[in-house]
Design a protein around this ligand. Structure first.
Ligand code: ADP
Ligand code: MG
Length: 352
């Protein structure tokens, strides 16, 4: 209560998504020795005995915030809701085994519509070898809400946290970034045209790659298998959900280091490059700030460089430097700019 007797009210925007999580969870003291790592990484790490840890991660998708059913087929949505959660398990260098799925829906959704959603969920389960083992179903006053929890396993000596990057490590990414964001911009543009003229038929065939990157992402299980086969454990790892820049900051902050990123090392698909230019956007800005790519960003000890050097799907794009040197981008034009912190999406009405 303030002096005037009014209840204090702080807008969540004052803290930002990550500031809010930190504010709410900072004072929590874990009580169980089996809780190895709690809030702050892609998944929680739990010791249930044996040679492996159990990993647990949850992500929710909310209609109107994370997806728009005007251009998101329900089957794709079900697939994506699973994939984005599995991605967090892979980001710990683990393998997902089970999921639970909770949904809240308004009476706008029919049984047939939910069957579509579940056909996507089952397709992802089949492809990624995971079992649906439970969930919850309830109603919502408006719209659809899907929350998936993924449970996985990782060998105790192979878990990759966000906080293990060391000065001199190489920063790598498993694939191109920025395309999903441009896919979203395209779909939003087509939606506006359609709303103005419902007879309009969107022509998205030539943009298939960008649109699929948004609507049907895949998680990088192959990377985790590759690491295992080649005896490589990344020193740190995170999946790219909020945007490359945001994830670089998470690794740097938690590892207490800085990073030096070469613009020429950041992989951008030619379709994304072209579309960015068509939209009069800078391709590197889309790549750094776009998000939803679900690639893995990781660091490796330089002694492991020969294991990744010739792999087409691993791009070395920078180096970990002392914290005092900051987080910087070396542009193709030879300039050095600080990379701006991102990761401020869902609470910002301008971005919704
Ligand atoms: P990711 O992008 O990998 O899904 P998030 O940015 O959503 O991760 O979350 C960062 C960390 O904060 C994770 O460890 C997550 O479990 C935790 N977290 C997020 N929201 C909450 C919350 N409301 N209460 C407790 N922990 C949370
Ligand atoms: Mg993540």
């Amino acid at each position: 209560m303030s002096e005037e007797g009014k209840v204090k009210r702080t807008d969540v925007n004052a803290l930002g998504e990550f500031g809010l999580i930190d504010h709410l969870t900072r004072s929590f003291k874990k009580q169980n020795p089996s809780t190895i790592y709690g809030v702050g990484d892609d998944a929680a790490v739990i010791d249930t005995g044996g040679d492996q840890y159990t990993l647990v991660s949850t992500d929710a998708l909310v209609e109107g915030i994370h997806f728009d059913l005007m251009y998101t087929p329900l089957k794709h949505l079900g697939y994506k809701a699973v994939v984005v959660n599995l991605s967090d398990i892979y980001a710990m260098n683990g393998l997902p085994k089970q999921i639970t799925v909770s949904i809240a829906l308004s009476n706008r959704f029919s049984v047939e519509a939910l069957e579509e959603l579940y056909s996507g969920i089952y397709q992802a389960c089949k492809f990624y070898n995971v079992d649906l083992v439970g969930g919850d179903t309830t109603s919502s006053p408006k719209g659809l809400y899907i929350s998936v929890t993924a449970i996985g396993q990782v060998d105790k000596d192979k878990v990759a946290y966000r906080n293990g990057a060391k000065v001199g490590d190489l920063m790598c990414v498993s694939g191109n970034v920025g395309a999903a964001y441009l896919g979203l911009q395209l779909l939003e543009r087509e939606k506006q045209v359609y709303l103005a003229d419902p007879n309009f038929q969107p022509e998205l065939e030539e943009h298939k790659f960008l649109v699929e990157r948004l609507l049907k992402p895949e998680a990088r299980r192959d990377m985790v298998n590759f690491f295992s086969k080649n005896g490589l454990v990344p020193t740190s790892m995170i999946d790219i959900s909020d945007g490359l820049a945001s994830e670089i900051f998470h690794i740097c902050k938690q590892s207490d280091v800085g990073a030096f990123v070469e613009e020429s090392g950041v992989p951008i698909h030619p379709d994304a490059q072209m579309q960015a230019i068509n939209f009069k956007m800078d391709p590197i800005t889309c790549a750094l700030s776009g998000g939803e790519d679900y690639e893995l960003l990781f660091t490796i000890d330089p002694k492991d460089v020969d294991k990744v050097k010739y792999l087409p799907d691993i791009y070395i794009m920078g180096e970990i430097v002392p914290k005092s040197e900051g987080v910087k981008l070396h542009t193709k034009g030879g300039n050095i700019h600080p990379i701006k912190a991102q990761g401020w999406r869902h609470f910002n009405p301008e971005n919704n």
